[in-house]
Design a protein around this ligand. Structure first.
Ligand code: FE2
Length: 142
């Protein structure tokens, strides 16, 4: 069973953002699989570092879209991104010395955060773009 399966409801309708979201799902799945298979902590840590790198690039890209279309919710949204980045970096810092079971907590946390964020905040941005289809017509994935 896939730990964090992609579903259609996660699509917010901007191709670039949807593709990056899928990539983050893959990395969270990889994180989970790596720890489940009992790979060494260093290997899991490398996957986590990769996730942090990608999620930061993704947040930047998403915020650029918001700026481009004058999204009024940008500041609140950016604060959510900053909050997650801070938390994950904190967790990454303690990762090598963390007690057993920490990895699974981390994977669950990331899955839950992303699920709620995409279906809540990201989707609201998608709906904002839908209100004026001309805003982003060229970039729509559906
Ligand atoms: Fe977001």
């Amino acid at each position: 069973m896939v730990f964090f399966p992609w579903k259609e409801e996660y699509e917010i309708g901007i191709r670039e953002v949807d593709e990056q979201h899928r990539e983050l799902f893959s990395l969270i799945n990889e994180l989970y699989e790596t720890m489940k298979e009992g790979k060494g902590r260093e290997t899991v840590h490398r996957v986590l570092e990769g996730f942090i790198e990608r999620v930061q690039l993704h947040f930047q890209a998403e915020e650029k879209w918001m700026e481009k279309y004058g999204y009024p919710g940008l500041l609140t949204h950016r604060a959510q991104h900053e909050n997650l980045t801070k938390k994950v970096m904190e967790m990454e810092k303690n990762f090598m010395d963390a007690p057993p079971g920490f990895s699974i907590k981390l994977a669950n946390f990331l899955r839950e955060w992303l699920h709620n964020h995409i279906l809540g905040s990201d989707r609201r941005f998608g709906e904002y773009l839908d209100e004026d289809r001309n805003r982003a017509d060229k970039h729509r994935s559906r």
